[in-house]
Design a protein around this ligand. Structure first.
Ligand code: MG
Length: 177
């Protein structure tokens, strides 16, 4: 069933989300995918991302990086952020997600996963029973071609948009303006 692939919400990017609204919904922990969600695939963090995490932590959120990538890549990314992380997560297996809850000391309903891929990030969150937000994948202007997976995602999200039961399970979580 396609519902395995449905996120709670969709956002054009991590900066388009209103984190105060998530807090008001009772969310206290955020599990982030790294590649193409926070930065372009393989990139290090940057001052904007570092400040973003600082702001989330000041608001009271716990954060965790959940990545299928290897330890050295995730540690390099996390150098100035200093948050919890799990590498070699083997998404969409629920194991990494459940470990993330344990590390953050939070319940499923207090947590949200944010990622760019339906087949790994969102399906994994659904497998673990954790709400999720799909973000538009980060793509460089010179990247003209997109993979087959992205076409599958467009199709799934088209059906999500028409599913009264599964779309907008959080309500509006986008920043205004
Ligand atoms: Mg990704």
């Amino acid at each position: 069933m396609l519902k395995e692939y449905y996120p709670y919400e969709y956002a054009p990017g991590v900066f388009a989300i209103d984190y105060k609204k998530l807090w008001a919904l009772g969310i206290r922990g955020i599990i982030f995918d790294v590649d193409n969600t926070l930065v372009h695939h393989g990139d290090d963090s940057n001052p904007k991302i570092d400040r973003f995490f600082e702001k989330l932590h000041k608001m009271g959120f716990k954060t965790l990086l959940l990545s299928d990538n290897e330890k050295s890549r995730v540690e390099r990314f996390n150098k100035n952020i200093g948050t919890l992380y799990i590498c070699d997560a083997d998404k969409p297996s629920p194991q990494g997600y459940l470990k993330a809850l344990e590390l953050m000391g939070l319940e499923k309903k207090q947590t949200v996963c944010i990622g760019d891929q339906i087949i790994t990030d969102i399906r994994g969150a659904n497998n673990a029973g954790i709400p999720s937000i799909l973000v538009r994948f980060i793509r460089l202007p010179q990247e003209k071609r997109i993979g087959k997976r992205r076409y599958i995602e467009y199709f799934v999200m088209w059906t999500w948009k028409h599913s009264k039961k599964y779309r907008h399970r959080f309500g509006n979580i986008l920043r205004s303006g």
